[in-house]
Design a binder for this molecule. Structure first.
Ligand SMILES: Cc1cc2nc3c(=O)[nH]c(=O)nc-3n(C[C@H](O)[C@H](O)[C@H](O)COP(=O)(O)OP(=O)(O)OC[C@H]3O[C@@H](n4cnc5c(N)ncnc54)[C@H](O)[C@@H]3O)c2cc1C
Length: 381
């Protein structure tokens, strides 16, 4: 494995903050305009070992907790939420390979994923499935030493850019979640195709595309976990870690919005007086600060509970993501209000934060479906 700087659990937040300030943030606005994928940001994070942060030391990672993962993602998101989204997707796939991959898959992919030579993405959602993974129609059939995948996926982050995809497919389309299996699909697999990037409102440089699978043959060792065991892989990687990362993105967006609004309220003068002297502006800022701190605290509490008992990760991740995503949208909205017409213009970052925050209320699982899952768990349904 190529030598990269090693990180420890203790210095991850400071390291990521420095990389974000020097190598991610300065170009985030330009990428938002052009939709260019954040290659340089990913390279910087790979060189420093950050892309392997949630994988164990045994496989070259830093083995950070969900709490520290969320903090690191917040720092990336403060600089560029799109890059943070790409990193969360990558980390989810690296985790899935570590916990459910064959030795051959671990040897092939993990070293390259740790230092950024290979990027990961996950593909669950389909045009007709919505957030309901049980409704996916992509099929898989065993054929000797291979599995043959047919179908399509929709709105996949990093699609076309990533090197390795965790793909959910069903043995029989009419089966429910119990018939779903998880596979690794190499970008170079014959029969795999990618659509054009979606022209999204926000999270614009995260490259969301459709993926097509036409008789894609993947070797048997690319199965993650056991046949029909996709739910377990999904639960331990995406639900177990991804939702904390997604919540971290939203918290980072809210923190960035607070910083920008406070700075603007000090700098912007009307009739010689900074607008921050007005009680109405102070009220907006106070609410933004309290809401952001509440979402930091909720995420920290939920992540700590999941770190203490990983079987509770799913529901705690749902709570953290629901809360953080709704708070971030409200805080970014208030930041625009504090900044008036300036905040409504493309040259001022808060309108990007608002557009990015909206995407986080939809991504992974919509806010409505998270509410349903949280309520059902409480009601024992
Ligand atoms: C920025 C972004 C990145 C993404 N990246 C990925 C990725 O990397 N991999 C991946 O697999 N997917 C990805 N997705 C897809 C994402 O998981 C889906 O967009 C999401 O699950 C919602 O599905 P949908 O867009 O089809 O909305 P729909 O399911 O059509 O939902 C539309 C509305 O109906 C509501 N609704 C739907 N079903 C119900 C129900 N049963 N009860 C109550 N309300 C309901 C929803 O809450 C929503 O308000 C991404 C999406 C976004 C926006």
């Amino acid at each position: 494995m190529e030598q990269v700087a090693s990180i420890t659990k203790d210095d991850i937040k400071d390291l990521v903050r420095r990389i974000a300030a020097e190598r991610i943030g300065p170009t985030a606005g330009e990428r938002d305009k052009t939709g260019a994928f954040p290659y340089e940001s990913i390279k910087a994070l790979g060189e420093s070992g950050v892309l392997g942060m949630i994988v164990s030391e045994q496989h070259g990672g830093a083995n950070v907790s969900r709490s520290d993962f969320a903090l690191a993602i917040q720092e990336i998101a403060k600089a560029c939420a799109s890059t943070a989204l790409v990193v969360v997707s990558h980390c989810v796939v690296a985790k899935a390979i570590e916990i459910a991959g064959t030795e051959a898959s671990k040897d092939k992919w993990l070293p390259r994923m740790m230092d950024g030579r290979a990027l990961g993405a996950f593909a669950v959602h389909e045009a007709d499935s919505g957030s309901n993974a049980a409704a996916i129609r992509t099929t898989v059939k065993k054929d000797g030493d291979h599995y043959i995948i047919n179908g399509s996926k929709f709105f996949i982050t990093s699609a076309g850019e990533a090197d390795i995809y965790m793909v959910m497919a069903k043995t029989y389309p009419q089966k429910d979640l119990k018939g779903m299996s998880a596979f690794l699909v190499d970008k170079e697999t014959p029969g795999l195709s990618f659509g054009c990037p979606e022209d999204k409102m926000g999270l614009r440089c995260s490259s969301s595309r459709e993926m097509g699978f036409s008789d894609c043959a993947v070797p048997r060792e690319n199965l993650l976990g056991i046949e029909d065991g996709g739910v377990s892989v999904f639960g331990k990687s995406l639900a177990g870690w991804g939702f904390f990362g997604a919540a971290g993105i939203s918290v980072g967006i809210a923190q960035a919005a607070v910083d920008l609004a406070v700075r603007h309220a000090k700098d912007r003068k009307i009739a010689g007086q900074p607008i921050g002297i007005h009680q109405a502006v102070q009220s907006l800022i106070a609410k933004m600060i309290v809401e952001t701190e509440a979402s930091e605290a909720t995420l920290a509490t939920c992540a700590a509970k999941a770190d203490a008992a990983s079987e509770k990760a799913g529901i705690n991740g749902f709570k953290a993501k629901l809360h953080a995503s709704e708070i971030a949208l409200g805080v970014a909205n208030r930041a625009i209000q504090v900044m008036g017409g300036h905040g409504y213009c493309r040259d001022y970052t808060v309108e990007r934060l608002f557009r990015d925050a909206k995407g986080l209320t939809l991504h992974f699982k919509t806010a409505e479906l998270l509410c349903q899952d949280i309520a059902k768990a409480a009601l024992g349904l």
